[in-house]
Design a protein around this ligand. Structure first.
Ligand code: DI6
Ligand code: FE
Length: 417
């Protein structure tokens, strides 16, 4: 049989991140990768490349460059207006993140800016951030709402997120985060606001097909486990998977609650205890760690990385790109921080921003590794070793090329060779 490829990459070092390949980074040296209809249609050693057809102009000699899966940033709040540099200054003068939030700043100040921003401005500010990520080799990004906190602005944020994906031809997953903070007009009426989230916002957003998941912020300065439970019950009713900002500033039992609802992920987790880790392991809930927020808030309590390893909880990494706790668009800085701050190995770090990041979005069977049948989302890097991707500090590696497979037929297919 002669295989037909639309594109063929040859002489590449492939960091497949496929855990079934028994080599660091699932690496295949002197490899080739064939793409057909947006999917990886063949992958292996150059020497084993079977008889094939591919137009000469679509054969790319990688000259021993490394190909990795396109990076996956599985937790961002990338659509927002303005910045919080003033609050940054206040924190350095001694105010805490919680104090600023309690005095009407924090998330709510970005809510005000985002509500007021003309559509074009909001679009432009967000486009620039996503462009930086694209330039750094990211092909899949999750974007949350949560700076609108009224139906109209939440919808606007989710729509912009989707439009941005089309602009850059990136894969965007949207998450509805209505339960992010209490909007000023609901002061002292948190339960009424949760009613609005559950009875009006989630149903409408589900009807419009604007969200792939529902998230919340379970914290003293945000919503209680009982309130988040109601949000999760509503999400479940409308068939939406859930995730949660949990145990970021204190232990509220949020991760356990998320696990109870079979959450895709629980995120932050600095204050998580072993019980919570076990609950996540049992539910298959991914731990999304956000070293950028840890760094930026000068947090000292580290997430229980050793316990995640011990109990087999997969660890993803993300930028958490947001104006308050992580004004960060660089995936490479996050890879480095995970290594230096959380003692990840460079291999675990890359795994967290590819394979496990995809799992945290429920996309584990589609992207995140270089494997037969998966979407051909990948980045080609002019590096000598994949550890280089997490080695530099403050340098955004730009891939030689980023490639996104556009799979038309989303059904699973089998390859009989
Ligand atoms: N935790 C965070 O770190 C972000 N959201 C959240 O729930 C911060 C959002 C912000 O400060 O604007
Ligand atoms: Fe976040």
């Amino acid at each position: 049989m002669t295989l037909k490829f639309d594109t063929l990459f040859i002489n590449a070092n492939l960091a497949t991140m496929n855990p079934n390949i028994d080599a660091p980074y699932g690496a295949i040296g002197k490899g080739a990768l064939g793409v057909k209809d947006g999917r990886i249609a063949w992958i292996g050693k150059m020497d084993d490349l079977p008889k094939h057809k591919c137009k000469k102009k679509h054969i790319r000699d990688c000259e021993e460059d490394w190909i990795t899966p396109g990076l996956v940033d599985c937790h961002t709040h990338l659509v927002f207006s303005g910045n919080r540099a003033k609050e940054f200054e206040m924190r350095l003068q001694g105010a805490s993140y919680e104090e600023i939030a309690r005095s009407g700043g924090g998330i709510v100040s970005t809510v005000n800016a985002t509500r007021e921003a003309p559509l074009r401005l909001l679009h432009l500010e967000s486009t620039v951030r996503l462009g930086d990520m694209f330039d750094a080799g990211v092909t899949t990004v999750e974007i949350k709402s949560g700076y609108g906190l009224d139906l109209e602005t939440e919808i606007k944020m989710l729509q912009i997120a989707k439009e941005l994906g089309e602009k850059y031809d990136m894969r965007i997953q949207t998450t509805f985060l209505g339960a992010h903070a209490l909007p000023p007009e609901y002061k002292d009426r948190a339960d009424d606001y949760i009613d609005l989230v559950c009875n009006e916002m989630i149903p409408k957003i589900a009807e419009l097909g604007l969200a792939d998941a529902v998230d919340g912020f379970c914290e003293n300065i945000a919503f209680s486990p009982a309130q988040i439970r109601r949000v999760f019950e509503s999400a479940k009713k409308y068939g939406l998977p859930v995730k949660l900002h949990a145990e970021q500033l204190s232990n509220q039992g949020g991760a356990k609650l998320a696990a109870e609802f079979g959450a895709l992920s629980a995120d932050h987790l600095e204050y998580l205890d072993e019980d919570g880790v076990k609950a996540m392991a049992a539910a298959g809930t991914v731990a999304v760690l956000l070293p950028g927020a840890f760094y930026y808030l000068k947090e000292t309590q580290k997430p229980p990385v050793e316990l995640f390893r011990k109990h087999g909880v997969p660890m993803a990494l993300a930028t958490d790109c947001n104006p308050g706790s992580a004004p960060i668009v660089s995936p490479h800085l996050i890879l480095n921080m995970a290594c230096t701050l959380f003692s990840f190995t460079p291999e675990e770090a890359l795994d967290g921003m590819t394979r496990v990041g995809a799992m945290a979005l429920g996309l584990g069977s589609k992207v995140g590794t270089l494997e037969l049948g998966k979407s051909a989302d990948m980045a080609i890097w002019s590096i000598n070793h994949p550890a280089e991707l997490s080695y530099w500090v403050g340098k955004n590696y730009t891939p030689v090329k980023t490639f996104k497979g556009v799979v038309q037929n989303d059904e699973e297919i089998t390859y009989d060779y």
